[in-house]
Design a binder for this molecule. Sequence first.
Ligand code: PLZ
Length: 445
Amino acid sequence: MVSSIESSVGIERKVVTELPGPKSQALHERRKAVVSAGLTVGFPVYIERAEGAILVDVDGNQLLDLGSGIAVTSIGHAVPALVDAVSQQVASFTHTCFMVTPYESYVEVCEELADLTPGSHAKTSALFNSGAEAVENAVKVARLATGRSAIIVFEHAYHGRTNLTMALTAKNMPYKDHFGPFAPEVYRVPMSYPYRDGLSGAEAAANAIKIIETDVGAENVAALLIEPIQGEGGFVVPAEGFLPALSKWTTDHGVVFIADEIQTGFCRTGDWFAVDHEGVVPDIVTTAKGLAGGMPLAAVTGRAELMNAVHEGGLGGTYGGNPVAAVAALATIKTLRDRNLLGRAREIGDILLANLRSLQQDVAIIGEVRGRGAMVAIELIEPGTKTPNAVAAKAIITYCQQHGVVALPCGTYGNVIRLLPPLIISDEQLADGLGVLGDAVRSVQ
Ligand code: PLZ
């Protein structure tokens, strides 16, 4: 297997100052004068370089990265294949605008997307810069192709911060508060959340479908948009059968099934896409993050008849599919393939789940351990209840940070800690990170 990947053994976690260190603290002070206070920073250590699964900060601390910049650097930091591809492209040309004078790498990325996304039907893609932009465009395509306007989304969903995607996102604070008015024709239904709703996938789907049919009417629905495993909302893994039942309902009613695979895509969950796990074939897939190893790139990939229903000039944007980002995507996809990082994501999942489930036995504040592949979380609760425990989550993350481990919170109630390690992380690094996390959980217990 690939547990002994060369580039990830280069450097290890090492804390040499208090964290954040003095130089980071000074930079953080400096930022106050010029960076909007609307951007909060989870861990104010300023990064100078990175390698494999390690971030090196301006004070010389080596931090173990269990977040991958929110599921982006899945192939690891500073991977030579990506560095070379990007450097060469920068030296050749950085931009022409694909809509003005095109280039091959854009076409090649779309070929890869057609090949890798679920289903053997003809597919076409359009490339964008951010996940939110991809989601917006997926909705545009679905509305145009169906001639309908309603969009179905789910509780705990996260789809972005632009005006339409704020409407699609569930959680008010911090994403939406006072940023309205929001786009209309967005309808929210319950997500399958086995830990909290106790329903089977079939029951949860029947429940959601009943609400859609009574409150909206199938004939008004352009698209059903869902994260196959919810990211920001708390790594909510729907019960088995939920996604297939929804997919069937959309097919039966001429509704476009859009899988938002922006956080789950590109081997993160141990499949190329999270929907692959249950053989669900979406009509449209949105991707970003792990697609291009840190360069900003996003894509909408869908059935050719939907994507090509758009009138000429109906899709686009100045930077979408930028040549530097496009070659980064090609290098990323090649690295995922060549290093069998799909298999590695499964191994990481086995290690994380086994370790965290055994930790759960020892403590009273872990309500559930869940996830798939290298996308695993613990949900923290008040002992003996299912009451969300955001205070514990915050304390655990702070402990991890002070010990040089980057772990991220998530969840509607802020009580979930998620692990999204780079897929090239070594077994030793993973064990090291889990050791710190275990100490952290025990320390607040
Ligand atoms: N869809 C499923 O996870 C981005 C958001 C971080 P952008 N998630 C990280 C933050 O607080 O802004 C995301 C996602 C899913 C869409 C998006 C949006 O992707 O590239 O951030 O626009």
